[in-house]
Every structure is written in structure tokens, then in C-alpha cells.
Design a protein around this ligand. Structure first.
Ligand code: F0G
Length: 462
């Protein structure tokens, strides 16, 4: 009988290791209480396997560490900036680049440059920091993602697609003058890491440009998106990941980038655009909020590591193993009957807290409670992506109640092994088998902006 061979393995071997420690149940009890049942407020020392985020948590390669030594720390006109600019032009195809300290720095520059009070920004599901910058600039985000995206069990292959009919309705209702750009994310984070198809983003571009409206891509996870296109979209099986990324970007007029995700660095980002006037505006704002336009918020060495990371992120074997590891964990949980968002996303596995804890109403923050319970079980850190993350309506002050009430197990790139994934799956399964014992939470402290980062809670019982 022929032996079935695996389709991926890590395309690297490990040169440096960082010890991690499993804590005791009593230590974790104390730690989560001290953290107000918010995993963002835990100390990383108290965490065993850290799946809080895939942002800034990647392992850099030996080539990236070597690149750090080549950083040119000149205040102005750094050689490292020109290397980064050239990588962005080569691999994403945009003309002008402003480095920023991270993704939200780029969102701030973009929103301040393009949005005026009363404007509308349609997009394929909100992201926390992106929407807040749009709102702070006086805009209102309008969700135009396909309805399938809000359904955790719908297995549509491109749940990041835009509902084109709805988008055109929004344009007609508000008028093109009130729509500065359309905000399109690749592998939509809040939908569970779900991709947009090339056919759809192309159609979005055509529709928007017909009305004279720009399309701005959130490119943080564009490579993972390209992988799903290569896997799922007819006609793209023989295209390289690099070619798909470039084509995807070509339907848009610019991007904001959190380089802490797909581009494999621990800090950094940029705004890239094709329009000279938008660039000039953003470059000018950069000197107020970030730094000179040739370094933005980044050290020269960080720009070097990023230029190298952009190139590495497009390697076929890298992205296959990266998403392969996420799918491995997802499949284990599906096999165990644990309710998760399907299809499995690109950067993490998302537990469906509504189905996991049907006895905890959304007002009692089930996903927040589940993330705390998982930490208590094994020291695995995850993050709430539900009602707490969704915040409040900017006009009424009411809590937004998203249909998706999720716990995200985000997998850092090139960091954990398959054995770690097994530990995570075992812990989720064990919490699932004792789910009736998990109770809801009450919020005891709510910060004004992006409350999920710093809010505190206490259990309603026990
Ligand atoms: N856009 C998306 C889709 C993101 O996921 C993030 C960050 C940002 C923009 C903002 O970038 O953090 O560099 O300022 N997401 C992190 C996460 C926080 O854990 O998903 P940033």
C-alpha cells in the first residue's frame, strides 16, 4: 500500500530557542484575576503558548537578523528606506511609500488625509483600529461584506468578498462625494481570517473607479489571502504567490500595512499609494505623527529587516507551511467536534463562543469568558473577538452586538511546533468537555477607545 505523504513541513530548521514555562493552576488563577479576566493584561511570563496575536510575534530568519546590521540610521534619506521602498514597489506594485511605526500609524495618516466629517467608508467588515481612525477623522464605516461572512458555519470559500450590489447601493445612497475610499481587507481578520477572491476585488476596483472612488487595501495578511486564491480560485493554481499578490494589489490604489503580520517583522508598517497628491499629504502628516517621511516610525535596521521579510513572505514553501499549521490545528478541533469558524482562516483558528457556551448570553461576554477559561486550563493565551472588541456605536453609545462572538487562537509565524498545536487542541477539547462550568463576566472597567485592550472584568458567579 502506498504511504500517504504530508503536503507540507516547516521549510526551516531551528537555530535559536527561547524557553517557555508551564505554570501551575494556582499561578494561573492568580494571574487571570490580576489581569481582570482580560488576556491582554496578562504578563507574557505567565503564558505557556501565546496565541494572543500573530502581530509582531513572528520569528525572523537568519537573513533578517543579518539585515539588521546593515541598517542605515541616517535621519534623512536612509539607504534602508530606499531598499524598503524598492521592495514595496517590486512586490506590491505601489509607487509611493511612507514608513510608519505600525499599521495604525498608516491608518491615521490615510484617514486624516482623505476623510472629512460626514464621510462614509464602505468596507468588507470592520477592523478595530481601522474603524476607529475612520471615526476619529469624522467618517462612518459601513459594512458591505457578503452575508455569509457573519455565519460561522457557512463554508463559502471567499467569505471576505464584498457584496457588490450592496456596495453600489451605498455609493448611490450617499453619493460618491461622501465616499473618500473603499476599505478592503485581505483575509478579513474579524470574519475569522477569511479571504477575498481576485474576481471580487477586481470587480470592486472596477465599480469604485467607475464612480471615481479609490480602493485602499489593508495588506497586513495579503500573502495568506494569495495562498487561498492559489488553492481555491479557478485559474490560479499555476500562478505564483508573488504574482497573485501583485495582481491583487493592482486592483487597488494603495494600501495600509501592518508589517507585523505577513511581512515577518516584530514592528513596523507603511502607507503606500499610487496618487502623488495623496502621498504628499500623507508624507507631510507623517512628520507630525510619525517622523520624517523617509523613516516614519521605523529605525533604519527595522526597514532593512522588513525589506527582507517582504521577500521571504512570498516564498511558496513558507506560506504553505504557515497556513498548513493553522489548518492542522483547525482540523483537529473540527474532528473533536469543537465549534469553530469554517473554513479555517489564514492566521488563526476562531472558536465560536456562541455555540461553545450557549448558556452565556452575549451581554455576559461569552468569548471573553472562554478566553479566560482556556488560559486557566493550560496557560494558552487567546483573544476575544466579539462584543467586547466591537465596542459601542459612536452615535447612540449602545454596545455593538456582532453576530460573530469568537475567541481567536492566532498562530505566530515560524514560532511554534506541531506538538504545541497538539497541546492547544487538547486544552480546547478539555475546556469544551467542561463548558457548562464556565460562567459569564461583568465589565468593571471600560476605557474610552478600543476597550478590548484594557477593559477589566469579574466573573458573575463562583
Ligand atoms: N489591520 C488589520 C487587519 C489588523 O489585524 C491590524 C492589527 C491592524 C490593521 C493594525 O495594525 O497593530 O500594526 O497597528 N491587528 C492586531 C491583531 C492587533 O492582533 O490582529 P497594527
Amino acid at each position: 500500500m502506498a504511504i500517504e505523504k504530508r503536503t507540507w513541513a516547516e521549510p526551516f530548521k531551528i537555530k535559536v530557542v527561547e524557553p517557555v514555562r508551564m505554570s501551575s493552576q494556582a499561578e494561573r488563577q492568580q494571574a487571570i484575576r490580576d489581569a481582570g479576566y482580560n488576556t491582554f493584561l496578562l504578563r507574557s511570563e505567565d503564558v505557556y503558548i501565546d496565541l494572543l496575536t500573530d502581530s509582531g510575534t513572528s520569528a525572523m530568519s537568519d537573513r533578517q537578523w543579518a539585515a539588521l546590521m546593515m541598517g542605515d540610521e541616517a535621519y534623512a534619506g536612509s539607504r534602508s528606506f530606499y531598499r524598503l521602498e524598492s521592495a514595496v514597489q517590486t512586490f506590491y506594485g505601489y509607487k509611493y511609500v511612507v514608513p510608519t511605526h505600525q499599521g495604525r500609524g498608516a491608518e491615521n495618516l490615510l484617514s486624516k488625509s482623505l476623510i472629512k466629517p460626514g464621510d462614509i467608508v464602505p468596507g468588507n467588515m470592520y477592523f478595530t483600529t481601522t474603524r476607529l481612525h475612520q471615526e476619529l477623522a469624522g467618517g462612518t464605516f459601513v459594512d458591505v461584506i457578503i452575508p455569509e461572512a457573519h455565519d460561522p458555519v457557512n463554508t463559502h470559500p471567499f467569505k471576505g468578498d464584498v457584496d457588490l450590489v450592496r456596495l453600489e447601493q451605498v455609493i448611490k445612497t450617499y453619493g460618491r462625494e461622501r465616499i473618500p475610499y473603499i476599505s478592503i481587507a485581505a483575509t478579513v481578520n474579524m470574519a475569522g481570517g477569511q479571504p477575498i477572491s481576485l474576481a471580487n476585488i477586481k470587480a470592486v476596483g472596477e465599480l469604485a473607479h467607475q464612480y471615481g472612488i479609490r480602493v485602499i487595501l489593508d495588506a497586513a495578511r495579503v500573502v495568506e489571502n494569495a495562498y487561498f486564491i492559489q488553492e481555491r480560485e479557478p485559474g490560479y493554481q499555476d500562478c505564483t504567490i508573488a504574482a497573485i499578490v501583485k495582481e491583487l494589489c493592482s486592483y487597488t490604489d494603495g494600501c495600509t500595512m501592518s508589517a507585523k503580520k505577513d511581512p515577518l517583522v516584530n514592528i513596523g508598517g507603511f502607507l503606500a499609494v499610487n496618487d502623488r497628491a495623496v502621498y504628499e499629504d500623507a508624507a507631510n502628516l507623517a512628520v507630525i505623527y510619525e517622523g520624517l517621511h523617509t523613516y516614519g516610525g521605523m529605525a533604519g535596521r527595522d526597514m532593512e529587516a522588513l525589506a527582507t521579510g517582504i521577500e521571504e513572505s512570498l516564498h511558496e514553501d513558507h506560506i504553505r507551511a504557515r497556513v498548513g499549521q493553522v489548518l492542522y490545528l483547525g482540523q483537529k478541533l473540527i474532528d473533536a467536534g469543537v465549534p469553530i469558524v469554517k473554513p479555517v482562516g489564514g492566521h488563526g483558528v476562531f472558536l465560536d463562543a456562541r455555540a461553545f457556551l450557549p448558556h452565556v448570553p452575549q451581554e455576559q461576554y461569552p468569548a471573553q469568558a472562554l478566553a479566560a477559561a482556556l488560559y486557566l486550563d493550560s496557560g494558552v493565551r487567546s483573544m476575544e473577538r466579539g462584543i467586547v472588541s466591537a465596542g459601542r456605536n459612536k452615535e447612540s453609545g449602545e454596545e455593538n452586538k456582532p453576530r460573530l462572538e469568537l475567541v481567536r487562537l492566532a498562530i505566530p509565524r515560524r514560532v511554534y511546533t506541531q506538538a504545541h498545536m497538539d497541546v492547544v487542541a487538547e486544552s480546547v477539547e478539555s475546556v469544551f468537555s467542561e463548558r457548562e462550568s464556565i460562567c459569564g463576566l461583568r465589565m468593571t472597567y471600560e476605557p474610552k477607545y478600543l476597550r478590548f485592550f484594557q477593559a477589566r472584568f469579574e466573573p458573575l458567579a463562583g
